[in-house]
Write a protein that binds this ligand. Structure first.
Ligand code: FES
Length: 102
């Protein structure tokens, strides 16, 4: 399948401190607004694959609701051991619409 930018949300649906689940091409990911930018991170923890959805978001960190592993939404890195990470995806915001690149 060709790579492309896919619209996943209106920017107005995002709020600081709350991750928004989206499913472009059936792929579960979360949109997180932090520091004035929008990030997309896989909705699947690198520990035991729990959905990250519902985890607390503080600044650039989302905490898995299952066992509290923390990930940086900018890079997907596990804060305590950055060699472990979950996938992240490029995001573009244009005219109030949020796109991810797949
Ligand atoms: S499944 Fe996320 S911390 Fe265990």
């Amino acid at each position: 399948m060709a790579e492309s930018w896919i619209k996943v949300a209106d920017e107005g649906a995002l709020s600081d401190g709350r991750a928004l689940p989206v499913y472009p091409r059936g792929l579960g990911m979360l949109l997180v607004r932090a520091g004035g930018a929008v990030y997309a991170i896989a909705n699947r923890c690198a520990h035991m694959a729990c959905p990250l959805e519902g985890g607390a978001c503080e600044a650039f960190i989302i905490t898995c609701p299952c066992h509290d592993w923390r990930f940086d939404v900018r890079t997907g890195a596990f804060v305590e051991a950055p060699e472990i990470a979950v996938p992240t995806y490029p995001v573009r915001v244009t005219d109030g619409e949020v796109f991810v690149h797949l």
